[in-house]
Design a binder for this molecule. Structure first.
Ligand SMILES: *[C@@H]1O[C@H](CO)[C@@H](O)[C@H](O)[C@H]1NC(C)=O
Ligand SMILES: *[C@@H]1O[C@H](CO)[C@@H](O)[C@H](O)[C@H]1NC(C)=O
Ligand SMILES: *[C@@H]1O[C@H](CO)[C@@H](O)[C@H](O)[C@H]1NC(C)=O
Ligand SMILES: *[C@@H]1O[C@H](CO)[C@@H](O)[C@H](O)[C@H]1NC(C)=O
Ligand SMILES: *[C@@H]1O[C@H](CO)[C@@H](O)[C@H](O)[C@H]1NC(C)=O
Ligand SMILES: *[C@@H]1O[C@H](CO)[C@@H](O)[C@H](O)[C@H]1NC(C)=O
Ligand SMILES: CC(=O)N[C@H]1CO[C@H](CO)[C@@H](O)[C@@H]1O
Length: 757
């Protein structure tokens, strides 16, 4: 964090000393975040206006400058300001932070059955009262996944509205769009209508109605549905072809909270930021205060350590893992060699080879390529071959080492490793008339699942090392779900085919699975706090196979979501607003800042930053300074949500070098809602450059199993700050992260960090 701060401090310095033609007077969009909404104040917007008037000099300039007033759920505004004006405002009374607007990037349906949330399990009495709000690229309202046949009117608590450019129904009960840049490029439509596909995919994953006969051009045919098919959907379109503006993200939170959504799903993000410099952390903090859980994607920057984003402790941070279905295309060469590759191509044709330069558009010669399968020593979107009338492509790329997710291409395509590529080349050179066949993709049973996919961002937590992140993993690989019929169905943006369903991968896809699971728990327990719902999902998660994950909990958190078990967790680790305030005090926020954020008399009892070991998180993370002994005592409290009279006994599993004592080790409850405390003392030898050692503390009453992982680690100081820049992206074209060679040396020491291609 220190180094990150330095970067920020140095940047303007460089600008003023080195850049002569300074554009310092240019007004750029800034977010002025002012914490909680003052009680009973109806003139928030005019207060914002007069603050701007004071700094900008004239009422008309102030009016022109103001872009959004946030005032429905918290206080603040977005306005166009010069650097100097922004600095002035940051010193004004009531201002918590001033954030320059930037853009975040966006980070199906076998998956619910794989999680055992089968159709017969859904349908809690209150399920149709649950409203899932999604901040995304909008929605395709006429899509069969949002058919409202059989739905009653929206629940009475709903206060949102529908933008007049689309027609909402009893499934999609609200839809808005936000574009403070005022830019509409490429396929952008000024409407909540989705021209990208991403928002339709995430909405239908979380809460889509049932659609039989869904498939991607015949692949993965079957019933498509969301986790809670009866839930309502509220759409907040904040993402455009150029990204998702921070000022718009915050405005969408302001509206979603006031509109009355129950769960907020955010499949987008940027690099990790301090909590009150990050609109997703700010928005989700106010959501939490209003009883709303925010579920968000961990990011697609794995498998490198310390890459997780969206790590605020009041949100659910979701990694992505495989389901038991994988898409495989087989490649048969004329000499009979068969190579099995991971891809979702659809078409079969045999023909001749060529060379890699034809793989890139504008370098192709259709006389040579027409009617042929082209062998490329580069990964590309296939457009070069398609446009030159080629019929297929075989791509060998050093980045592809056992690809663990599929790509969709606009023509038959296979993706292979350079080693397999060498086999193809040897064959081509061995004969005058080489031929190959790319077989139609098959859906295979993946017996290894679930495995956290390589691109899923990893812990440890870059902001608060004492809070384990990611929290959980959910299906995010080769997910079939709804798609916008005007969005390209493959990695090639010029692909003109139209499809209502698409198969894509990302933590963007796992996040709405967790949001759907949270909505399911909320339907069963409408009065549970966001922390209780999150705790239920985490402590009941299915245990992941440690042998398949060298980075253990930093890949999968507490494990894979198990929504049915989360209905009845037995105990929950609840976290009140006061607990979060105490946490923030220990993070170094002072009383005056906290009072602005909360709008009440919150006080920090201690002014010195400290470890978050007493923070009631449903997992344990112990960051040890390099060369120090392992030594910490955590305190936790659990609330009984199972049978009134129940007795829970703790069991501990940890590597033998680490000693863990739980006190008391038996908890006897006599009523529902009763809360009991325990402590966890952890001791061990001095450690150095230890990426992770872990185990778990599990409470059981014979019926419920309440499992909390405990991770102990230290890492090379400075490692988080040398990370490659964020590469979150929602289409595989733009994704540049593949399974790389392991980041761990075989002796368990963390290796050097590789930069992304
Ligand atoms: C689903 O149920 C099966 C059979 O009961 C079980 O083996 C599997 O672990 C369950 N999956 C999850 C995610 O809980
Ligand atoms: C919606 O579903 C109903 C019942 O399954 C069906 O009759 C109707 O045709 C569907 N509407 C659309 C627009 O698909
Ligand atoms: C509806 O879309 C048009 C352009 O298609 C846009 O100019 C207009 O502002 C939109 N209306 C609303 C209410 O958003
Ligand atoms: C509290 O923190 C803010 C932001 O770091 C700082 O500007 C302010 O002076 C601090 N107030 C006190 C009383 O220390
Ligand atoms: C803050 O504390 C004062 C004095 O203790 C009290 O009068 C006031 O109501 C409190 N304000 C809030 C918002 O709790
Ligand atoms: C719990 O146990 C107490 C004492 O044994 C008993 O009086 C009470 O009825 C029990 N409560 C329930 C709900 O079983
Ligand atoms: C198995 C498979 O995916 N087949 C489909 C390939 O694409 C053609 C045309 O788009 C479809 O007709 C096939 O069903």
């Amino acid at each position: 964090m220190v180094k990150q701060g330095l970067v920020f401090l140095l940047y303007p310095l460089l600008l003023s000393t080195l850049v002569l033609n300074c554009q310092c007077q240019e007004r750029k969009l800034h977010i002025v975040y002012m914490g909680n909404k003052p009680d009973g104040d109806t003139s928030i917007a005019s207060a914002h206006h007069s603050m701007l008037h004071k700094v900008l000099g004239s009422p008309s300039t102030a009016k022109e400058s103001l872009v959004h007033s946030y005032g429905r759920s918290f206080n603040g505004f977005a306005a166009k300001l010069t650097k100097e004006e922004a600095t002035k405002i940051s010193g004004m009374h009531g201002v918590v932070s001033v954030i320059q607007n930037r853009h975040y990037k966006l980070h199906t349906t076998r998956s619910w059955n794989f999680l055992n949330l089968t159709v017969n399990k859904v349908g809690a009495p209150q399920e149709s009262d649950v409203i899932i709000g999604l901040l995304d690229t909008g929605i395709w309202p006429e899509h069969p996944s949002f058919n409202d046949s059989g739905y009653g009117p929206p629940p009475a608590k709903w206060k949102g509205t529908c933008n007049s450019n689309i027609t909402c129904n009893n499934k999609i009960i609200g839809a808005q769009y936000y574009n403070s840049d005022g830019e509409y490029i490429d396929t952008d439509i000024p409407s909540p209508r989705d021209s990208e596909g991403h928002g339709t995919h995430t909405s239908s994953t979380a809460g889509g109605s049932e659609v039989s006969d869904a498939s991607y051009f015949g692949l993965a045919e079957g019933l498509a549905r969301g986790g809670v098919p009866s839930a309502r959907i509220a759409v907040y379109k904040v993402c455009w072809s150029f990204g998702c503006g921070l000022a718009d993200i915050l405005k969408a939170f302001d509206d979603a909270i006031a509109d009355g959504v129950d769960i907020i799903s955010v499949s987008l993000g940027g690099g990790p930021e301090d909590y009150f410099d990050d609109p997703i952390a700010i928005g989700s903090f106010h959501a939490m205060r209003n009883g709303i859980l925010t579920s968000n994607s961990a990011g697609n920057s794995g498998p490198f350590p310390v890459t997780a984003s969206n790590v605020a402790p009041w949100t659910l941070t979701v990694a992505a893992s495989t389901i038991d279905r994988k898409f495989v295309a087989r490649l048969q060469l004329g000499n009979g060699i068969i190579l099995t590759v991971r891809s979702a191509a659809n078409y079969t044709i045999g023909s001749s080879p060529d060379i890699s330069k034809y793989c890139i558009p504008d370098a192709m010669n259709s006389d040579i390529v027409a009617g042929k399968i082209v062998f490329c020593e580069i990964l590309w979107d296939g457009s070069g071959i398609l446009l030159a009338n080629g019929v297929g492509t075989i791509m060998a790329d050093p980045l592809v080492v056992d690809p663990d997710f599929a790509f969709n291409f606009p023509l038959p395509a296979t993706l292979i490793t350079p080693a397999d590529g060498q086999k193809v080349l040897d064959y081509i050179r061995s004969t005058d008339n080489p031929t190959a066949t790319i077989f139609v993709s098959d859906a295979w049973k993946d017996v290894m699942a679930p495995i956290v996919v390589s691109f899923s961002s990893r812990g440890p937590n870059p902001i608060t090392p004492d809070v384990l992140k990611p929290d959980i993993t959910a299906p995010g690989v080769d997910i079939l779900a709804g798609w916008s019929p005007i969005a390209p169905p493959s990695v090639y943006s010029g692909d003109k085919r139209s499809t209502l369903f698409n198969i894509i991968s990302g933590t963007s896809m796992s996040c709405p699975h967790a949001s759907g699971a949270a909505a399911y728990v909320k339907a069963v327990h409408p009065n549970w706090s966001p922390a209780a719902i999150k705790s239920a999902l985490m402590t009941t998660a299915s245990i992941m196979d440690t042998r398949k994950h060298p980075d253990l909990e930093f890949a999968y958190g507490s494990g894979q979501i198990n929504p049915v078990a989360a209905r009845d967790p037995g105990l929950v680790f609840d976290i009140s607003e006061a607990d979060y305030i105490n946490f923030l005090c220990k993070q170094g926020y002072n009383t005056s800042t906290l009072r602005l954020i909360t709008g009440d008399n919150s006080t920090c009892t201690s002014t010195t930053p400290g470890r978050a070991w007493d923070f009631n998180y449903p997992s344990f993370s112990l960051y040890v300074l390099d060369g120090q002994k392992i030594s910490a005592t955590f305190t936790r409290k659990v609330t009984n949500v199972g049978a009134a009279n129940s007795t829970y006994t703790a069991t501990i599993s940890m590597p033998t070098a680490i000693s863990v004592t739980v006190d008391p080790s038996v908890l006897t409850f006599s009523s529902v809602g009763q809360t009991l405390s325990f402590s966890v003392k952890v001791d061990g030898p001095a450690i150095s450059q230890q990426p992770i050692m872990s185990g778990a503390i599990t409470w059981t009453d014979g019926i419920h199993v309440v499992r909390t992982p405990l991770a102990v680690y230290n890492y090379i100081p400075g490692a988080p700050y040398n990370l490659p820049s964020e590469t979150n992206s929602y289409t595989p074209t733009k994704r540049t992260v593949f399974k790389s060679s392991s980041i761990y040396h075989k002796d368990g020491i963390m290796g050097h960090l590789k930069t992304h291609p």
